[in-house]
Design a protein around this ligand. Sequence first.
Ligand code: HEM
Length: 440
Amino acid sequence: MLQPVSETALRDVPGAGPSHDIVYKTPMGFDLADNNAFTSGQPFDYYKRLREEAPAAWTPVPMAAGYWAISRYEDVKRIELSPDTFSSQRGGINMATGDPKDGHTRLAGAALNTLISLDRPYHVPLRMQHRSFFTPDYIAELRKKVEVKVDALLDEMERKGPVVDMVKMFSEQLPLFTLCEMMGVDEKDRPKIVRWMHYLELAGHMIAEQAQGRKISYVFLAKFLWNVRQMFRFGERVLQDRRANPRNDLLTAIAQAEIDGEPLSQEFLDGAWLLIIFAGNDTTRNSLSGTMKLLTEFPDQKQKLLDDPAMIKKMVPEAIRMVAPVIHMRRTLMSDTEIAGQKMSEGEKVLMYYGAANRDPSVFENPDQFDIERTNSGDHLSFGAGPHVCLGQRVANMQLEVAYEKILSRFPNVEWTGHTKQAPNNFVNAISELEVNLGT
Ligand code: HEM
């Protein structure tokens, strides 16, 4: 019987250094472990320096395990494709998971007790049980509902426009709608999930601030804890309800999933709930907003789409390559190994920087150029690769396609005004505001 990962995972040992000599000097100028450093977006210039000067860069983290930052495409891909050496289960996939014993017990536990943090032999059978909600046929049906929703959201933007916050009025609404349709969450409960997402995006930041002894507003902390509690209570209630009253939805698939022939324990139900609302929402939200920024920054590419809307299908992987909505995923070494000539020991951590790998010039020519005609844009690693490759990638691509087909045909002059805000988050590229002028 599988023990909760939160009980068996290797605990982070803050302050411990690597056991082998460090080959590459980590460049100065950006602190990858600092959530606040990401409020100006991802550090693409710094990633370039990492790829060139320190492809395995030792990065200490206050109050958590230090790690090797991996930035070259081939190295990131090798890690993704070698789960027996680079484990998701041994230490979780996020730098800021926090220790379940440190107070945020349910949240920290749920971040570990979930599909994405499992290895062989548990991972694949559990993943297969979600499969029917991610097939092309299912997504073709879902697309019809997404089209109707996009029209409604654009109507509302036009009413409030011409200058509107795209995140609030569109980017956070659409993935929520799509996910709720897949999960079967009732209409009246949907706005709560947006609120929970807001707090979840700040969780890593909050845990890091607390761990470093910095003060967090009592009011914020109280709101945070209350919202997290509500989120888990809601998930627990709906999943128990689906066990008793199955429907044809993703929540029922999760509620009926089994590990080793046993129904998921409450710990794993919490984890499944957290994963699905976080993985499906936030990532797509940020790719929708990030694409608008790109179209404004590269008007010639936007013009090509206006001239030939059939190109939107090709634009989507290129936009996801450039945006890299997930900043990193973490793995723990199951045995000694070497990356880019750097020796590493069992138990040490590597973090894969997708935004860095996606702009590796050895794979993507002129990588900082948004080029919707790029022939290999689909080779990007924003969805990961290998056994954990994003289960929802077709759902994400479909939403981007529908969104931009409709946005560009209705508002050909739409532009980002230059105003944007990013939440302090070193795990996802968390665009929390993006002002656009619809040009109407
Ligand atoms: C642009 C949008 C998205 C991006 C960039 C993204 C990215 C990722 C990444 C990097 C991983 C982990 C890969 C690894 O550990 O190697 C992942 C896993 C996952 N994603 Fe996504 N994702 C997106 C959208 C979605 C959506 C819409 C859903 C659900 C509807 C979803 C559900 C999942 C699930 C369930 C996993 C875990 C798969 C496993 O461990 O086997 N994602 N995603």
